[in-house]
Design a protein around this ligand. Structure first.
Ligand code: SF4
Length: 701
């Protein structure tokens, strides 16, 4: 008999609500939760069935037998694997101190269990992948509003104008967000897209600005200058909530539209016409402040300026603008209980919150926790536990990364899939795929906040477990089991729900509990106390930055020009690939021709190099890494840049569909593990250059 199981997708970090149709012990259909998404799910989400049926994933706990990366494993019982890991952790902590353990993850709503474990065993060094993603945006938001990057959300559906600097919102997508943007377009809303290449999002845009790579800050400064000139800003809002507006006025004076045009290549008249246009549309104009903005050396300041343009629009708590995501308390409800443990009273090894007082000590910065493995400064990191996070595929420069990891005495991976880090580590604790596991309940904030559930749809096909159970086992053996006060998932859910007055039965009909019938808006005239800066105002000159000796408004510096014969490498992904997790999926691997990335080359550049569309080209970094990719010759990319999709070039032999297919963008980023932004904290992934030369196709092409 068929049954519906409501759950959350796990094919990317967004976790869209879904409905699985189950017959016997098989999932026969997947769709977006019809009560929230009207059935819509993206291609990756729909391939979730293929993920759980795929046998090219770890089948049970494994302990390494050969050298790291050699692929010789001993399959062991869960008890043996957990005992092995906890004995090693205890020995390392005895020798190097409790703080010598680092726990990392891909972030997301379940990270409090990883963090709780890390803190409970005495280490402050919990981190996540955000240094290669949203840290610049996060810190930019904090410096202005005193709120992290999720402190404000966007009412796309009702916007009149959406401005996207490099945010490929219809491809690098969240289903609800993409649907809202499509609805905005249907209602006559406009998109202005800024990018170094034409994307599916810019294809839908009313205006597209093809900019010289690395000059987004110049364009943003030119726009702000023109906005001030045309008085395209909400004077009442600024007077009431913004501090140091006059400093912004004097700072942007030299950065005219004509000046910006020379830097970024968008002509001055077009910049002026854009500003005239948004003036008509304000306050229902949204400047997206960036999602993955770990791109250029000045991306933090780009994000800051994008936030500032939102502020000029006065678009906070207005329909079609930004809003504070509402919590259960805003609906007069109590929140879910979550596992937690106070952070140990030891400074983080990455210096976040101490050496770098302006950088959030929450998850800190992953790339700064690597050097202490080798240098022992400020103290050694000697054990690393990673949750669903392939460091080798997401951090730049694998060679340099290995140089750090090789000084670690224990590497543990908790993941449902193989990845290069998992293949390299000492112990694999395999997680069940999202259709095979339940997770803790989560709160999804918004205009109509809700509690949501991920429920197991089918039995695990292999000897795998959900992370809540793995952490419970680890915690019990480390003597800190009291921080995980449950035995079963039902215990866990009931414990979480206790303060709320709801029960687990309330989730069965729709897969969520909505905490309000009507959207909750704050009164825009009474936002005092909502901005968490030292002054309580939106700070153009940020006390947090200035106290750390960092400029709030940084003068523009042009990007490094590529040397002759080299091209700036930029990356992205198509709608059917999620970061590093999809190229070996039995279905998704068939959607890219040959399951290899290609390389976009500007038509004039290609002609000058004698490269034709479809030719094979050796793409090489400044280091030793490189390989053959097929050329996609197009006028729709800036001549200084070449572009490739992220997540290819996998070196895990048991992933037969992805093994050695294509070239890894991350490995081409030689030397970038040390190139990071002192102001925003993120690494700068688009600051590498590659060479191109015609070559023979690979033998299996
Ligand atoms: S965006 Fe797609 S892959 Fe990601 S959670 Fe939503 S449906 Fe799943």
């Amino acid at each position: 008999m068929k049954k519906s199981v409501y759950s959350l997708c796990g094919m990317c970090a967004v976790r869209c609500p879904l409905r699985a149709e189950v017959e016997g012990d098989e999932v026969t259909w997947l769709e977006g939760n019809p009560h929230i998404l009207g059935g819509a799910l993206c291609a990756k989400g729909s391939a979730g069935i293929a993920r759980y049926r795929d046998d090219e994933r770890p089948h049970g706990p494994l302990i390494r037998e050969g050298e790291r990366g050699e692929g010789r494993w001993r399959q062991v019982s869960w008890d043996e694997a957990i005992t092995y890991v906890t004995d090693k952790l205890k020995a390392i902590q005895k020798k190097y101190g409790k703080e010598s353990v680092m726990v990392t993850s891909r972030g997301g709503p379940f990270q409090n269990q990883y963090k709780t474990f890390c803190h409970a065993i005495g280490s402050p060094n919990y981190t996540n992948h955000d240094c290669t993603c949203g840290r610049n945006t996060h810190h930019a938001s904090k410096s202005l509003y005193g709120l992290g990057r999720k402190g404000l959300a966007y009412d796309y559906k009702n916007a009149r104008h959406l401005v996207l600097f490099g945010r490929n919102i219809l491809t690098s997508l969240k289903v609800a967000e993409a649907s809202a943007v499509v609805e905005m377009l249907r209602r006559g809303g406009k998109i202005t897209a800024v990018d170094v290449r034409v994307t599916p999002t810019s294809g839908k845009a009313n205006r597209f600005f093809l900019v010289r790579p690395g000059t987004d800050y110049a364009l943003a400064l030119g726009m702000v200058n023109e906005m001030l000139k045309q008085k395209a800003y909400d004077q009442k809002f600024i007077k009431k909530y913004v501090k140091d507006f006059s400093k912004l006025q004097s700072f942007v004076k030299p950065y005219t539209a004509a000046w910006a045009a020379k830097e970024c290549g968008v002509d001055a008249a077009t910049i002026k016409a854009f500003v005239t246009d948004i003036k008509q549309d304000m306050p229902r104009v949204i400047f997206h402040p960036g999602w993955n903005l770990a791109r250029y050396k000045d991306s933090f300041y780009v994000s800051r300026m994008l936030h500032i343009m939102n502020i000029l629009m006065g678009n906070i708590e207005v329909e079609g603008g930004q809003f504070f995501p509402k919590s259960p308390a805003d609906c007069g409800k109590k929140g879910l209980r979550n596992v937690d443990c106070p952070k140990p009273d030891i400074e983080r090894a990455d210096g976040c919150g101490s050496t770098y007082p302006h950088l959030d000590k929450g998850p800190g910065l992953e790339h700064l926790l690597l050097p202490p493995m080798k240098t022992g400064k400020p103290y050694p990191i000697k054990a690393l536990i990673s949750n669903r996070h392939d460091l080798m595929a997401s951090l730049p420069d694998k060679e340099q990364l290995l140089d750090y990891l090789n000084h670690c005495e224990l590497l543990v991976s908790m993941d449902a899939l193989w990845g290069e880090f998992t293949w390299y580590c000492d112990v694999v604790l395999p997680e069940s795929t999202f259709l095979e596991r339940s997770n803790q309940l989560v709160t999804q904030k918004g205009l109509k906040p809700r509690f949501a559930i991920r429920q197991q749809a089918v039995s695990p096909r292999y000897d795998t477990k959900p992370s809540w159970e793995i952490y419970k086992m680890l915690a019990d053996k480390m003597g800190v089991g009291e921080y995980f006060p449950y035995e079963t998932i039902e215990d866990y859910w009931n414990w979480q729900l206790e303060p709320t007055g709801y029960s687990i039965e309330d989730f069965q009909e729709k897969g969520f509990v909505e905490l309000t019938d009507e959207p909750v808006w704050y009164d825009r005239d009474k936002l005092d106390g909502k901005f968490k800066t030292p002054s309580g105002k939106i700070e153009i000159i940020s006390k947090m930055l200035e106290d750390a000796g960092i400029e709030s408004l940084k003068p523009y510096e042009p990007p490094q020009a590529p040397e002759k014969g080299t091209f700036r490498l930029v990356y992205g992904r198509p709608a059917w690939l999620a970061h590093n997790q999809s190229t070996n999926n039995p279905i998704l691997s068939q959607l890219t021709p040959g399951n290899r990335n290609n390389i976009w080359i500007n038509r004039e550049v290609a002609e000058s190099l004698g490269i034709r569309n479809g030719d094979w080209v050796e793409v090489k970094s400044a280091g030793e890494y490189g390989g053959p990719l097929q050329a996609f010759v197009t006028e729709y990319i800036h001549p200084e840049a070449v572009y490739t999709d992220h997540g290819f070039g996998k070196e895990v032999p048991v992933q037969s569909r992805a093994y050695n297919k294509g070239v890894s963008d991350a490995k081409l980023m030689t030397g970038l593990l040390d190139v990071w932004d002192r102001a925003g904290g993120a690494v700068a992934l688009c600051e590498s250059f590659v060479t191109l030369s015609p070559c023979e196709p690979p033998a299996d092409a």
